[in-house]
Design a protein around this ligand. Sequence first.
Ligand SMILES: Nc1ncnc2c1ncn2[C@@H]1O[C@H](COP(=O)(O)OP(=O)(O)OP(=O)(O)O)[C@@H](O)[C@H]1O
Length: 304
Amino acid sequence: MPDSPALEISGLVKRYGGRAVVDGLDLVARSGQVTAVLGPNGAGKTTTIECCEGLREPDGGTVRVLGLDPTVQARELRPRVGVMLQDGGLPTGVRAHEMLAHVARMYADPRDLGELTERLGLGSFARTTVRRLSGGQRQRLALAAAIVGRPEVVFLDEPSAGMDPQTRHAVWDLVRELRDEGVAVVLTTHLMDEAEDLADQVVVVDHGRVIAQGSVPSLVSSAEDRTLRLETTPGLALSTALGPGFVVSEPRDGSYTVTGAVDPGVVAGVTAWLAAQNALATRLTVGRRTLEDVFLDLTGRNLR
Ligand SMILES: Nc1ncnc2c1ncn2[C@@H]1O[C@H](COP(=O)(O)OP(=O)(O)OP(=O)(O)O)[C@@H](O)[C@H]1O
């Protein structure tokens, strides 16, 4: 069926030692779209992706990749799915270019290795053994290995972690191209700008469940809320200057954010209140909420 999703997860449960780290998770990802899975450390993202890759067996629910069950139909799926693991998962004793050439030989119609090498800047370390590669170089090689076989679905677990900005942009371009070629790209990331730039659909996972999903615009503008950002004297009780319905935080000393229905009257009220405290605002901006604001609202500010 042309409209059937590339990935369909229903009620996925995965337990470790009796604890459900994935706890009834539903997710659909489509061809020609980038789906970004976000969530705090330990939320269950990697475990979910590993169930999709056939690396972990679910304890409940179903996972279908291209309509197939990744645990029992792994052989049929292997040539159609590309996987980039968080730890690289590469053999360490071979040279980078040998590893990639070996992976390419496993596919019927691999990408041009020269072009891929150029695109991801692999040339400078092609003759280095994998064990001696830097973290970012290893990531680049792992990405090349994930896409060399022209997969229909690609799972990228934190693809740009440890990459320098130049490489990150090259990777983003490549991901957009894959999407335009009709590939279903499913990636996990902690980089909100990566999700904002790339994702057609964002899925926020916490405690093993999906707690929000949608396009970036739909997530950031679900209300008429705006964010007022303010730099001034630390430790002010800024919430007393505002009525109910506003959330004030001071993530760094003297750097405040106010979320809510920020209108001209609210800005005037805040600056008047600051003047009464003899506090000078050295910076004041009003903007739309960012994906990071939404993420922190959804998942809280406590460390995991
Ligand atoms: N093999 C395992 N045995 C026991 N517990 C595990 C195992 N793998 C993962 N866990 C636990 O499952 C939970 C979810 O881990 P997972 O790696 O899926 O999270 P994540 O959302 O990918 O986190 P991160 O953002 O840190 O990569 C964590 O509490 C982790 O400690």
